[in-house]
Write a protein that binds this ligand. Sequence first.
Ligand code: SF4
Length: 304
Amino acid sequence: MACMVDDILVPETGRLPSWFNQKIPDANTIREMKKRFSASGLHTVCESAFCPNMGTCWEEGVATFMILGEICTRSCRFCAVKTGQPMAVDFDEPRKVALAVEELGLRYAVITSVTRDDLDDGGARQFVETVKRIRKINPKTRIEVLVPDFSGKLESLRKMAEVKPEVIGHNIETVRRLSPAIRPQADYDRSLKVLENLKQLEPSIFVKSSFMVGLGETDEEIVEVMKDLAHAGCDILTIGQYLAPTQLKRHLQVQRFVPPEKFEVYKQRGLKFGFKHVMSAPLVRSSYIAEHGFKECSKKIASR
Ligand code: SF4
């Protein structure tokens, strides 16, 4: 179980395995970043999802913007993001994000969103506009988007691929057997199809996915999900330990803590399946030091 120190989720030593011990982040830096985001009316998934790396990333001036409000139309059992009636779309948000990227001086910007099943294109237009705006104001900044499944709509995926972010991610989150219970409104095969379509629509874009362990999956099932993602054309894979955001019934509790050495085994197995880059460790999250994944992939391509 984690505790809150200054609104920051910090694993309590002695409760979580020792490998979760983290340096307490500088509270002033965190307060300053929070002030900036709330002043600009922007949301981050760092805050909404209680990300355990928020302190580390924010101290490096890195954050993942969450567009399309902070209320999701879905209710995944591992996610801390609020669920319910979504907020009205802020059509000025793309400009605000682009200005925040400029103000923070980001070399690499990660954009994600809640799922908006209430919008006809699932929110693809807002993603596209945000990428265009960032490019206009920050031509040197590289962009990674972590998208919902847009209900599998090919037109939304096409629009997203057309603006060519360097990396497009869509998370599979867990193994096939557990998917219906953990992501009730999502679909395992639809997510694979989304990744496959994105890679076919624009092969030059690096496609990325992520899943958590500790939700009750077996190691054989982990190998299966890696095979499925590699087959779908994924270039980048991230694997991290699930941490229950709360003790509330809506959130699943951790079924096991996977030791760091096992994450290394997953990594080596993943590289054998052909992923260009695998980041696998207990505290890894899909946008954690995301730029590193992009650079590693680019190096691999360049060295061919
Ligand atoms: S789709 Fe699921 S994981 Fe994504 S924000 Fe909504 S509840 Fe969270």
